[in-house]
Design a protein around this ligand. Structure first.
Ligand code: DCT
Ligand code: MG
Length: 497
């Protein structure tokens, strides 16, 4: 197996780096000094690109000196490039832009250095230590130290593990449930597909049960344990019942024990008392059980912005939850609203709800007044909801009435019911609330676990508390919170743990 890293390759190639064919001419952009990494780029291409850049007035340093502001590499994965850069002992490496060739080409095309954006950067791997006997960087046991995009290379395995986790949840087996969820989460973060159990050696959070399932899938194509669960009447029924808005595993179990097996049977049973949320859940089931699309989330954004504008111009509305993480479908649309001055947010949601009602868009609303009190913090319970002013809504989203789409005269309508959640933190709690509501749930769990176990801090949607210093740490942005925790910043689209 090839285990050559960039550093060993570069060590072998200690010959002086090539001399540029085009000497430096008049420089136009004094603030930018590039260094082109030769490896994978090749000497002749490096010479060509160096000449090209210099002819356009860019400063290119042949050596990786302290004046370099932009390190440009082509086809160099972060886990190879960064350890080598660190070996070079470059001062201020953390302030140096380490960018992909796309930044270079865009700059050449623009005739000036373009601003460095997230997609240009070659990310620093979260952990630099290697697994014994491999060149792979070690995978952290914490989701907040992994970058997990929606590009899941191990979906067959993670789907199976999530069925097992869900089944444990129905059986109220919290420990095993978390075990399967953590295993699935680790596999989601991998940038390649596992092809045999051996590939998983050294990965954290894979317990024996998870490994057995993975092995069976590799050997037989599927897991008999998972197949049995999927075919199980109890599992199917509880899954169906919990798909109703307002119905949790406890209620679903209660109905199942009473012998109920379908949604029709529940609606027909006069002895069952549904709460307001569940009533709405059944009433709009057909619509809200369907996924919400990005286009629908955007349309909802306009509706909420319009409704909130009646509170004054200072209200900001941001999409959070799964859509902020780049998901293309969601079960609801989550928004975080805030006003510039702390304490001035009182009454915001009642006004928004009133406006939606007067527009005829409000189908259901459960408003919860704020019970936030920093003196009662920090909370040690992760699963508990936060104390901010919030509401769980079902709103009408106008849709074009498509011919033949809705069958029968009673089904003819030009709207779809959509679940929407709104939360309003005081502005000084905004970053914590945004971080908490952006999810994913597994990412949040691990952020809190990391804070507690690795940093002696308590994190929740309200704040970050340093136990040793006996103080709350302030944060204006999510970046501030990651910095307090000594964590590399993870972008929302990398939090799909
Ligand atoms: N959350 C939280 N406190 C809880 C539960 C959840 O802060 N007690 C966070 C985690 C995710 C976020 O709120 C939004 O919740 P969901 O809408 O359930 O999750 P989602 O990631 O947006 O998923 P979906 O795409 O299905 O809506
Ligand atoms: Mg959501």
């Amino acid at each position: 197996m090839f285990q050559t890293t960039l550093s060993t390759l570069l060590r072998k190639r200690r010959r002086p780096e090539s001399t540029p064919v085009h000497p430096q001419q008049g420089m136009k952009f004094g603030e930018v000094t590039m260094y082109l990494v030769e490896r994978r780029m090749g000497t002749s291409r490096r010479n060509f690109l160096t000449s090209l850049a210099r002819s356009k007035g860019f400063c290119v340093d042949d050596n990786l000196s302290a004046s370099v502001t932009h390190v440009v590499a082509e086809d160099n994965p972060g886990q190879e490039l960064w350890p080598w850069l660190q070996e070079q002992g470059l001062p201020h490496l953390d302030n140096t832009n380490v960018v992909d060739i796309t930044w270079f080409t865009e700059s050449m095309r623009a005739g000036r250095p373009v601003p460095v954006e997230a997609q240009h950067r070659i990310q620093k791997p979260l952990l630099q230590t290697s697994l014994p006997g491999t060149s792979l960087p070690a995978v952290s046991q914490y989701a907040c130290q992994r970058r997990t995009t929606l590009d899941n290379h191990n979906k067959l395995l993670t789907d199976a593990l999530e069925v097992l986790a869900e089944n444990c949840e129905f059986n109220d087996s919290k420990g095993p449930c978390l075990g399967f969820r953590r295993a699935a989460s680790v596999l989601k973060s991998l940038t390649t597909a596992l092809s045999c159990l051996q590939d998983a050696v050294g990965l954290p959070c894979l317990g024996d049960e998870s490994k057995n399932v993975i092995e069976e899938i590799f050997v037989c194509g599927s897991s008999s344990r998972v197949e049995d669960i999927l075919a199980d009447e109890r599992y199917q029924t509880l899954k169906l019942f919990t798909s109703v808005f307002g119905v949790g595993p406890k209620t679903a179990e209660k109905w199942y024990r009473r012998g109920l097996r379908s949604l029709e049977e529940i609606c027909a049973d006069s002895s069952i008392h549904l709460n307001r949320m569940q009533e709405a859940g059944f009433l709009y089931y057909e619509d809200i059980s369907k996924p919400v699309t990005v286009a629908e989330a955007k349309a909802m954004d306009c509706i909420i912005k319009e409704a909130a504008s009646c509170f004054g111009s200072g209200v900001t509305i941001n999409l959070t939850g799964g859509f902020r993480r780049g998901k293309t479908f969601g079960h609801d649309v989550d928004f975080i609203l805030t006003v510039p001055e702390p304490g001035k947010e009182d009454g915001l949601l009642p006004m928004v709800i009133g406006r939606l009602r007067s527009q005829g868009l409000l189908l259901f609303s459960d408003f919860q007044e704020s019970t936030f009190d920093l003196n009662k913090m920090p909370s040690h319970r992760f699963e508990a909801m936060d104390h901010f002013q919030k509401c769980f809504l079902i709103l009408k989203l106008r849709t074009a009435l498509e011919e033949g789409k809705q069958r029968g005269p009673t089904r003819r309508r030009d709207w779809k019911a959509v679940r929407v959640d709104l939360v309003v933190p005081p502005v000084d709690r905004y970053a914590f609330c945004l971080l908490g509501w952006s999810g994913s749930t597994q990412f949040e769990r691990d952020l809190r676990r990391f804070a507690r176990l690795e940093r002696g801090m308590l994190l929740d949607n309200h704040g970050l508390y340093d136990k040793a210093a006996n103080t709350f740490l302030p944060a204006k942005t999510e970046e501030d919170i990651f910095a307090h925790l000594g964590l590399d910043y993870i972008e929302p689209w990398q939090r799909n743990a």
